[in-house]
Design a protein around this ligand. Structure first.
Ligand code: NAD
Length: 354
């Protein structure tokens, strides 16, 4: 067996239908009595309902969280934290909402409770990506890791079916890359495989019936498992490609992950055979990349970058950016092959060895 290093993350998790009922107890344990409740504009009504049901815990509401955590939004939220005397954050929503809670925690060291309503997994990581003047930078710092996560399956029942599929594939991307991470370890690999297994079983069932509570629970468990992988070990080529396309070409986060994942995995096929076998096994497929492509087709996720707004004339520039400052990858990052990979993804072609 290879030597390894494992570092556990200090986070408390309460999972299950109705887990929200533990909010007051968890907030009290953290000394939170006047939290800033955070959401996005799309979930503002739900946030205000939530605040009126939890008056003893919430001191102010901010509903303007945005994707990629722009620092000017963080500054506005910080003003409210100060003026309302908030003593913690409760983030109710997806990665955008949780990102804002993390950005405030970085600047104040106040405690956070994350209540995720997508499968993106940010709640389980000490990672924060922030955008300033159009430039996205990512840091890893334990101050941004939420102290408590409440995974309440009931809150995910409203996640629109299309976003459920792409968000679930986004989660699988974390676990798939964890299986070939340079700093991987046996515990995280087990979690990664089980996270993929759970998510791959849940997504087709949710696609058939978005109110299938059992499938929703399985997907949320998968999100936690996959998010923990993201928080624990380094990501590779796939996350770099998504970061580049999201940051520089403003493509939507979860959809970009869903489209690129089979192609990124195919790229690394020969260089990471054990990981490929474990991904394929978790998917119940013969081949990891083909299995991921089949899952995305089966669940109706968008198949091409063209369909989500990428312009054909930007592909070569995207390839240049992706290789300019590459993440480590089991197979070294080769400019021509990355160009071909992106052209295939642009058109929605099946993954191939490029
Ligand atoms: P999101 O948070 O932007 O949510 C997408 C939309 O869905 C929003 O309008 C939101 O209000 C809505 N929504 C969320 N849950 C809902 C629900 N249950 N019902 C109805 N509507 C709901 O999307 P996301 O994919 O969760 O997060 C993407 C962001 O998170 C990106 O900025 C990405 O960089 C970041 N992220 C960070 C990490 C990390 O570890 N730092 C990990 C994953 C993602």
């Amino acid at each position: 067996m290879q030597p390894f290093t494992y570092q556990g993350l200090p986070v408390r998790v309460r999972f299950g239908a109705g887990a929200l009922a533990n909010l007051a107890e968890e907030a009290a344990a953290l000394g939170i009595r006047k939290a800033l409740l955070i959401s996005t504009p799309a979930q503002a009504a739900a946030a205000h309902d939530f605040a009126s049901n939890h008056k003893a815990t919430i001191g102010a509401v901010f509903t303007d969280a945005q994707m990629h955590t722009p620092t000017d939004v963080t500054e506005r939220a910080l003003e409210i934290v100060k003026s309302a005397g908030c003593d913690g954050m409760i983030a109710l929503g997806g990665g955008s909402t949780i990102g804002l809670g993390k950005a405030i925690a970085l600047r104040t060291d106040l405690p956070q409770i994350a209540i995720p309503t997508t499968y993106a997994g940010s709640e389980a990581t000490p990672i924060l990506g922030e955008t300033k003047d159009g430039l996205k930078t990512t840091i890893r710092d334990l101050r941004v890791l939420p102290e408590v996560i409440l995974y309440d399956v009931d809150l995910t029942l409203t996640l629109p079916p299309a976003l459920s599929m792409t968000s679930g594939l986004n989660a699988i991307a974390h676990a798939a890359e964890a299986l070939y991470a340079r700093d991987g370890n046996p515990l995280i690999s087990l979690l990664a495989q089980d996270g993929i297994r759970a998510m791959a079983a849940a997504l087709p069932a949710i696609h058939r019936d978005p109110h299938d509570a059992e499938a929703r629970a399985k997907a949320l468990y998968g999100a936690w498992a996959c998010g923990t992988c993201l928080g624990s070990v380094g990501m590779a080529l796939h996350h770099k490609l998504c970061h580049t396309l999201g940051g520089s070409f403003n493509l939507p986060h979860a959809e970009t992950h869903a489209i690129l994942l089979p192609h990124s995995i195919a790229y690394n096929k020969a260089a990471a055979p054990e990981a490929m076998q474990r991904i394929a096994e978790a998917l119940g497929a013969q081949d990891a990349a083909d299995g991921l492509f089949a899952l995305s087709r089966q669940t109706g996720a968008p198949s091409s970058l063209l369909a989500i707004g990428m312009r054909a004339e930007d592909i070569e520039h995207a390839a240049d950016l992706a290789v300019a400052n590459p993440y480590w990858s089991p197979r070294p990052v080769e400019r021509d092959a990355i160009g071909k990979l992106l052209r295939n993804a642009l058109q929605g072609l099946p993954p191939e060895l490029v």
